[in-house]
Design a protein around this ligand. Sequence first.
Ligand SMILES: *Cc1c(COP(=O)(O)O)cnc(C)c1O
Length: 562
Amino acid sequence: MNPRVAYFSMEIALDPAVPTYAGGLGVLAGDTLLSAADLGLPMVGLTLLYRQGYFRQQLDTTGVQRELPEQWRPEELLDPVEPRVTVEIEDRAIRVRAWRWQVRGITGHVVPVYLLDTALEENPAWDRTLTDSLYGGDERYRLCQEVVLGIGGVRMLLALGNGAIETFHMNEGHAALLSVALVEQRLAGRPLSAATRDDLEALRRRCVFTTHTPVPAGHDQFSRELTERVLGRERTEALERAQRFHDGMLNMTNLGLHASHYINGVGMRHGEVSRSMFPSYPVRAITNGVHAARWTSTPFAALYDRHIPEWRRDNLYLRYAVGIGLEEIAAAHAEAKRVLLDEIQEHSGVALDPKLFTIGFARRATGYKRPELLLADLDRLRSIASRMGPFQVIYAGKAHPQDKSGRDSIQRVFQAARELAGHVPVVYVENYDLHRACFLTAGVDLWLNTPQRPQEASGTSGMKAALNGVPSLSVLDGWWLEGHVEGVTGWAIGHDENGPANTAVEVASLYEKLESVILPMFYGRPEAYRAVMRSAIALNGSFFNTQRMLRQYAQNAYGIEC
Ligand SMILES: *Cc1c(COP(=O)(O)O)cnc(C)c1O
C-alpha cells in the first residue's frame, strides 16, 4: 500500500533499543506510528538517526546529573536503504542517507519509518555529525538538523518512490522547513520568487500542524542572520516576502502554522490556550493518547486477554473492564508492583516494601512540571505518614543538559529524600526511559502530576498509569481536565479559581487529598480503592489511547476513512 500520510517528528521513540527520543514528544510519535500500523493506515514516518541518542543520565549521591552518550549500533537494528539525497546547507551540498525501521501492526500492516543520516564519507567532518545528537549543540546545529529533517525528508520520500503522499503532518515546528521543500518541488526548478497564491494554497491543502506546548522553549526561533547563513539568500528572501520573520526572527511554529490547513493542540484546554497564542489561526484540538498494548503491563494484558480479548484490536472494549472482578484487578496490580520493586532493587539497591502505599512521579525534570511540589513541607509529610499510614515515593526524570532549573530540582529532591529518611522512603530512579516508564507507570499505587497551569499541554504518563489501573492525583491541567472524575478515576489537586496562581493553595490541597481521602481509602477501604483503579481503566484507558487519537486525525485532518 502506498503511503498517503507522512509523519515528520524530530524525535520518535520506536523501541527501547533505539534511543532516538528525549521524552513525551518522541513517545507520542512512536505510539502514533504503532497505532497507525494497527489500524492499517497508509502512513510513513520520518526522523533523524541520532547515533549518540539523547543521553544516558547518571546521578551522583547528591543528585548532580551527568550526561553520557547513549551509543548504539544502527547497523544491527535498522535496514539501510539505497537512495541518497542532497540538501544545501551553508552553500555546501550535504548528502543524506536513510535507515528503515518497520513498525508492524497487529494485522501485519507495516508502517515504515526512515531515520535520516549524514554520517557519510563524502560529507565534510562537521556535517557528518549533524544527525548525531538529539537537542544537542547550538542554534546553528539545530537549524541544520531541521534542514536535514524537513528538506531532506521530503526529498528522501520522493527518492524512495513515495510520490503519492497527500498529507504531510508536522509533529511540532521542528519539521516546518518541509513546507519550503514542498513549494520548491511544485515550482520544479523555477525560483521561489515565482511562487503564487495558488502555490501556497496547494501547499496548505497538503500540510497538517500539531503544536505540543505553550512553553516558549518548545518554539524554535532563528535570527535572520543565521537563517541566511544556513538556508541561503534565496530562501531567506522568500521567507521574508512571505512575512515569516517577526522582530527579525524566523519562528518555526509560525512557519508550520502558516503552511497548514489543519492545526491542532493536543487537548481541549491546550487548544484554547493555543488559540489565544495564535489568534490568526483556526487551532483545533485532538487529545493525545498512548498505545494501549505497549503501555499495558504483562499481568494486566493477560487479564484483558482473558476477559476482553478484542481490546488490542479495538481499545474501546477496555470500557468493559467494568466487568472484571476487583480481586483480579488487585492481583494483577500486585504483580506489576512486584516487578517495579524488583527493578528498583536491581537498579538502585533499595528494597521498598510492597505493602506500603507507593506514589510515582516521573517525567522530564523541568521548571513547570514542579517535581518538588509534593516535598514543599517535609514536617507535614512525616506527620501524614505517621498518622494516616506509611507511604513511599518513587521519582524519575532527566533534565535537559542546558536546563539549570531542571537540574537543580533533581538535587532538591535528593536533599528532601535525605531529610525524610526513616519516615518516608524516597527513591530517584536513574535514566528514565521507555523501559523504566513501563514498570513505573504500571507498578505504583498513585500517579502524581503537579504541572504549573496551563503549561501542561496534555501529559501522557497518567494515561499509561490508567491502562494499568493506577489512578492519578493531579493538577487540573492537560488531559486530566478531561479524564478526571473526582473519586471515580482519581483525584484533583485544587487551585484558586479566581486569583492568580498560588502554589500554597495547591500544596494545601495536595496534602489534604492524601491525608483525608486517599490514604484512608487505600488502607481503610481497599475495595473502594480497587473500584477507583477499575474505573481508571474503563473510563480513561478506553479513551486516552492513540488508536482513538489517530482515528480523529484520520477523520478530521487527513480525510481518510479508518
Ligand atoms: C510517557 C513518557 C514521557 C512523557 O510523560 P509526561 O507525563 O507527558 O510528562 C516522558 N518520557 C518517557 C520516557 C515517557 O515514557
